[in-house]
Design a binder for this molecule. Structure first.
Ligand code: NAG
Ligand code: NAG
Length: 517
């Protein structure tokens, strides 16, 4: 029998030595959970009627971020999370990547997964990619992830795992295109038909954690498909909400509670296998809730797709066994943006350099783990010079370049935050306040004249954007407008190509796949 005194002695010696020399701490496991279309008013700790006991508990054991921003739609938030760069610097300023578009996150942008892989992390993604699929080089396993299990496109049937439609108006018409969209690494994977997406991804993560060699740090990116439409949830969850009369809201509530349960299950697994104490968990939504699909952002103005707060003021928190004890149970009110996670994780948390990587994000690890002021004092929400033509639809079809787009002007859709001030230009999207269906609340009616193209708000004093101060504070308008002009000079051209008929799933064995080498 090997002597048993050796290991305790070694541990003792290591601890002893640490008193005198800087310890080389083992980098923590990092789990990033991204919820889809999850609204500001859809989490228990914001007072929602939807039950999220696990999210409430986990966030309560960490830090809740209450001045946290994401982008108004899917692809942009995902692109900024994984690259740490604003959309004006990746060409993804306009809309999402639709399945027939030959477009993806630029291949020369290093992803968070690549950076962590270089630092010795095992890197996995389970869930929805939505950063382009037209060539294999754009796929997750070619962008820094060791493994991938999930969907390449943006929304799927939760049981058949098929994506229908193309989001674009093109010839030949593609609205009926239907393709299977579930892969393990680069290959189509079968055997999950009938398994609800949220259960499927949760189980996959649990298996992955159980197989993980714990001597290696883990980066797990879990972009749940939940709680994006189509509205589908097992009756077990929707039955908890018999008192919600609005059917969409009821099903949506069930979807949220299923996701919450999945997060609870993953937490249990981490604890059971002894990984919890070494893990930091990040949670974020990808954009505001979609009010026509059950989501809600009340009392914020606007919703998904818009540059109003309801489109971008996101639910987010940081927690886990390796989160610093001193900050547990706190709320952080410093400004934080989704582009900050790249430097925050690579530099602040893991302690490596991000030199040589062009970034728009700030390292906010110190800020959230000690409660000090945020290094971020300014936030470019977006500048999108593609304008809807009169024929446009909300999908972003029929766009034209703003005729004066060579220099910044107020007809360009943009928004910037500097300190507490927010300036909006152009058409920011639907400007209504939307209370919960059946709430009995009559929301205020927007009084903006048609064609209005400039707003200024003090978000700290007026978080729900009732009072446009642009006429009263021309000095602030000028200052923020100049910042938009400065940013606009650094923008790369927008990439929003026409749909390519070669994307048709019929040409790829009825799956969504790549069509260029
Ligand atoms: C969570 O675990 C329980 C118990 O194993 C299981 O019944 C449930 O379906 C799981 N939920 C999810 C979302 O994976
Ligand atoms: C990163 O860049 C800064 C400024 O150029 C330099 O001072 C620092 O030493 C660099 N750090 C590393 C780890 O290379």
């Amino acid at each position: 029998m090997r002597s048993t005194w050796f290991l305790p002695l070694l541990v003792f010696l290591c601890n002893f030595l640490c008193l005198f020399t800087p310890c080389i701490a083992k980098p923590p496991h990092v789990i990033f959970i991204l919820a889809d279309d999850y609204g500001y008013n859809d989490v228990g700790y914001h007072g929602s009627e939807i039950k999220t006991p696990n999210i409430d508990k986990l966030s309560g054991e960490g830090v809740r971020l209450e001045n946290y921003y994401v982008q108004p739609i899917c692809t942009p938030t995902r692109s900024q999370l994984l690259s740490g760069r604003y959309q004006i610097h990746t060409g993804l300023q306009h809309q999402i990547i639709w399945p027939p578009q030959a477009n993806c996150l630029p291949l020369d942008d290093k992803t968070l997964a690549q950076a962590l892989k270089e630092l010795g992390y095992a890197t996995h993604i389970v869930g929805k990619w939505h950063l382009g699929q037209y060539k294999k080089a754009c796929w997750p396993t070619h962008r820094g992830f060791d493994t991938f299990f999930g969907h390449l496109t943006g929304s799927e049937d939760y049981y058949t795992h098929e994506h229908t439609g193309c989001g674009m108006t093109m010839t030949p018409a593609c609205s009926n295109w239907k393709g299977y969209d579930l892969r393990e690494n680069d290959d189509v994977v079968h055997g999950y038909k009938g398994t609800y997406g949220t259960h499927m991804f949760t189980q996959k993560v649990q298996q992955l954690l159980q197989k993980h060699d714990q001597t290696k740090p883990l980066f797990l990116y879990l972009p749940y498909q939940a709680v994006h439409s189509p509205l589908m949830a097992p009756a077990y969850y929707t039955d908890m909400y018999k008192d919600i009369k609005n059917k969409k809201r009821r099903v949506y509530a069930g979807m949220v509670t299923a996701m919450d349960e999945g997060i609870g299950n993953i937490t249990d697994t981490l604890k059971n296998i002894g990984m919890w104490d070494d893990t930091v968990i990040f949670f974020s939504t990808d954009n505001g809730g979609m009010v026509t699909e059950g989501g809600n952002n009340w009392p914020l103005r606007g919703w998904k797709h818009s540059l109003w707060e309801g489109g971008m003021h996101g639910v987010g928190f940081v927690t886990g066994g390796a989160f610093p004890d001193a900050r547990r149970g706190t709320t952080y009110n410093g400004l934080i943006h989704v582009s900050d996670w790249f430097p925050t994780i690579v530099s602040g948390l893991v302690g490596s350099s991000v030199n040589g990587t062009k970034l728009d994000g700030h390292d906010v690890w110190d800020a959230i783990s000690t409660g000090s002021p945020s290094p971020r004092t300014e936030l470019l929400h977006n500048i999108d010079p593609l304008q809807p033509s009169p024929k446009a639809d909300f999908m972003g079809n029929y766009v034209v370049k703003d005729p004066q787009a060579d220099t910044f002007n107020t007809s360009i859709r943009g928004a910037i935050r500097v300190g507490d001030w927010k300036l909006i230009t152009g058409d920011p999207g639907d400007n209504r306040w939307m209370p919960l269906p059946d709430s009995g609340i009559t929301p205020p009616k927007p009084t903006d004249p048609k064609g209005k193209r400039l707003w200024l708000f003090n978000i700290a004093e007026d978080p729900n954007e009732f009072h446009d101060l642009s006429e009263f504070r021309p000095d602030v308008v000028e200052q923020l407008y100049e910042r938009l002009q400065d940013y606009y000079k650094t923008a790369v051209p927008v990439r929003f190509p026409a749909g390519d008929p070669k994307a048709d799933p019929k040409l790829h064995n009825n799956t969504w796949s790549y069509w260029e080498d």
